[in-house]
Design a protein around this ligand. Sequence first.
Ligand code: 5GP
Length: 204
Amino acid sequence: MSAEDQHYTMPPSGLLIVISGPSGAGKGTICAELLKRDRRLALSVSATTRQKGAHEEFGREYYFYSDEEFQKRLDEDGFLEWAEVHGKRYGTLKSQVEEIWDTGRDCILEIDVQGGIQVYRKMSQACVMIFVKATSEEELIRRVTARNREQPEEIRRRMLTARWEMTQEDKYHYTVVNDKLDEVVEQVLEIIREERINHAAAVH
Ligand code: 5GP
């Protein structure tokens, strides 16, 4: 345990599975599959100041907060990490992680690289860092365009961020390439199984 971990107010009791990677790599789909296949996993619902999409719900995809609400939680020290992504703020609520750990489950954080690095600095011993890549940049663009959620300007902005995120892969323990969904999900589940064994051995 690092010195920073020891001084942290939230002692880790489960794993923090940090899943990052560029927009369009398929993190969301992978996470949804992980939850279906492993009942001991739960996803932390983040807070964000970005606009709610037409098919999104408060408390399901995100807690959609105003700038003031987000700032209030920040002032109360309510975030494990937060970052500005594509001009909006996103953050992991400590209360989400605590609730998940309290029920004996491991917590998935689907967050950007800046957030992943912060979490690792605070709680290295609990973290399993997984970077998800698409097979190519063309494939990323194809996926982000196909989901038809963002305007062209926003897609361009996301692709710029994606290029930067691709340079951060070395901050992660594992890289998986999302070519065939079923295979990549099995690969991630296998990583989690192994890390649970390592974690249990380290704690006892
Ligand atoms: P989107 O707007 O597409 O849902 O998410 C945009 C980016 O924000 C994605 O890379 C996503 O992983 C990241 N993100 C979502 N929640 C959080 C969070 O709580 N913290 C951080 N740092 N990034 C987040």
